[in-house]
Write a protein that binds this ligand. Sequence first.
Ligand SMILES: CC(=O)N[C@@H](CC(=O)O)C(=O)NC[C@H](CC1(C(=O)N[C@@H](Cc2ccc(O)cc2)C(=O)O)CCCC1)C(=O)O
Ligand SMILES: [Zn+2]
Length: 583
Amino acid sequence: MWNFNTNITEHNRQIMVNKSVEVAQIEKEWARRANARFDWEKLKDSYIVRQFKKITHIGIAAMKDESKLQRLNHVMSEMEEIYSGGKVCLSTGDCHALEPGLTRLLATSRDYDLLQEVWVKWREVTGKKMKNLYSEFVELINEAHRDGGYSDTAAAWKSKYESETFEQDIEDLFIQLGPLYKQLHAFVRRKLMSVYGKDKFPTSGHIPAHLFGNMWSQQWNSLLDLLQPYDKESVDVTPAMKEQNYTALKMFQVSDEFFQSLGMLKMPKAFWEHSMIEKPKGRQVQCHASAWNFYNKKDFRVKQCTDVTMSDLITVHHEMGHIEYYLMYKDKPIVFQNGANPGFHEAVGDVLALSVSTPKHLQKINLLKNVVDDKESDINFMLSMALDKIAFLPFGYLMDQWRWSVFSGETPPSQYNEKWWQLRCKYQGISPPVMRSEDDFDPGAKYHIPANTPYIRYFVSFIIQFQFHKALCKAANQTGPLHTCDIYRSKEAGKLLSDVLKLGSSKPWEYAMEKIVGSRKMDAAPVMEYFKPLIDWLVEQNSQDESIGWEDECPMPPTGHSTQLSARFCLIGILTFLTMVIF
Ligand SMILES: CC(=O)N[C@@H](CC(=O)O)C(=O)NC[C@H](CC1(C(=O)N[C@@H](Cc2ccc(O)cc2)C(=O)O)CCCC1)C(=O)O
Ligand SMILES: [Zn+2]
């Protein structure tokens, strides 16, 4: 897997596919033995029962038909290769990959048509090319999970949260935070209208998807320069990082130092030797950042095409959070070497990043100079955090709403794109800049769909990371508002977190949650507490805006483009007719 992701060749694909079938045989044999011995579910010792449960639930390795498992792994590697090889050539003549080219263009350009061209062409060279592969993939992976004892893939994924009320719980959280998202959406929409002109926006209240500075409209922090309400030094320290000649290595050292300041574990030698922290020259790699556990107590790596930006500094902390978790549970039985639930694994790095992002901390590490501690700077800062954390919530929620509906059969291949845009328009209040059809497959333009990485874990993480932050700030004796807290150098905070990370998945996640925050439930209250001053400010800013929110249904794209499209259709019609007449 590592070799294929860091050097994408036919040879490495073959090795990876064969290896995963080999590993599957071993896992199947262990599961067979565990089940054959005796009825382990009846055992008294819950610790033992838990281990048997993990041994006998082996994911897609349960697929009975080996040739189908081979095909499944091949289809997945093909979709990953289409995605990682995606290149877009613009009418300006230059061609770009997603990272860093298209990412930078989307983050910095304010040219409506250029943004639209990048948005459309990326979907043409990725999603559109994997539509048929994906429907074959769905059939195969569902069969694999049925062989493993689940009704479909969605059921297998949800089982990781070990809770009958999981779906209801996340829906409740999403509804609870809806009003906050609506206020942010109204504020951003008004600002974008003043930049691009009202006529570029549908009357339905939706915002065209290509204007957010992000390929998937999932986080809006690239718009900070447009949106920052008060003229203070920007909290985006990218310029300072470049001025100080920051390198990818320096960024990883900064993150490593933060973990050590909490009394947590430093990155081992092997990490510094084997990680790939910059995009290599001369070979195709999967640039989407990731953290890797080699399950040998020594080898842990990050693969990241690191760009010297603040956003990538946050990502470095995120990836190192995974490594920290791997290190903390590395002496547990293999079956317990996982997060308490997948959301926990995603939250570790982000919790530290909540402290790193504060102006106070950025000043401590000389990335921000004259930090003024007044209400206006506070609003600037909280807005930048909301563009990352609040903007994300509907996207984090809808990604697996779509996939669960596909795996359950509710959404057949003929409705993949229609269902996707139904969710995108309804929950995010965004709309496609040009007409979409079932020839497109827009979900495939997002890494986690071809990579088959579940996504609800990020929605869970964006909620619980604020619960953890609140608890760690208390342990660090941080007084003052939650959004100003920095747990840097607090050994107490570090111990509170470490004691839970060491558990791995050996205890139900509610137990781990209670150990950190004192309650067993996911709770949106800390998010609301963190953003409270901003919410009040947004409500006041939006008080003139009578049209907060948007219609559930997607609007028609702007007329210009659909006429182009229908013009193209009738041209094809005429040509076809003429051909018929002639022959
Ligand atoms: C071998 C393997 O696959 N390992 C797993 C880890 C494990 O399971 O052990 C892994 O490395 N997964 C990759 C994935 C990468 C990122 C991601 O995909 N993020 C989401 C959402 C998001 C965005 C902002 C943010 O601050 C937090 C989350 C997106 O970009 O949409 C990209 C940058 C951040 C995290 C990751 O690290 O979670
Ligand atoms: Zn992650």
